[in-house]
Design a protein around this ligand. Sequence first.
Ligand code: 13P
Length: 254
Amino acid sequence: MAKPILVANWKNHPGSLAEAKALLKGLSKEARLYKNLSLFIAPPAPYLELAALKARNFARLACQDMAAFSQGTYTAMLTPDILKSLGVRLAIIGHSERRALGETSAQVVDKVKVALRAGIVPLVCIGEQARDVDGEHFDILREELKSSLSGLNAKTARGIIIAYEPVWVIGKSAKDALPPAELAQTVIFLKKQLSDLYGRSVAESIPILYGGAVEPENAGALMRETYIKGFLVGHASLKPESFKSIAESLLTKI
Ligand code: 13P
């Protein structure tokens, strides 16, 4: 059975290189635990080299975004050759915080294709802004999923991972998070959409992760009572004790 996947999205934290070093030191104390997972750390880009060095025994590197182009001259863009040279293996693409700044699904598709061509696994993020009792969010999720994977055929779709992150939950605490039963329902829905797009066997090969207010208090139930393959964790990944506890929750399922 494949190892559970755990992705730490540090976003724009911590605020200094010294603090990043201290965080990596804290995480490294649980290196033995983390080796049982497929663990990725996505630090701010300027800390990638440090993370590559300090986490080499227990985690692989991820980036929080990447350029939609591989050739050419683009100020400030993280092109795949740079990311690969630093050891980046996975790219978070289409995070809602980037979509809120104007990133479109068309750009997401371009990035997904560039990542796949470069041998970097795209972690494609989708999530609704809000939920309602009429289930309109399912239509929104279907559209976002389809438009973010537009033009990808079944063969290439096998190389992606989906992260479902309801936007209204991100940054909240466990008590305000999505109930596991609702997550289970949504994961089934997403699997069905993937199956309609690519067929059942490809759909089953695409891991679906969950992100949004994953904390030690709710990680166990979210993992046990749903059909996810792991977590994409924001604020709790900045606290080594919390992150350790989330990792343990992922491992108790298997
Ligand atoms: P939080 O875990 O802080 O809710 O963030 C989730 C997220 O956006 C991870 O990409």
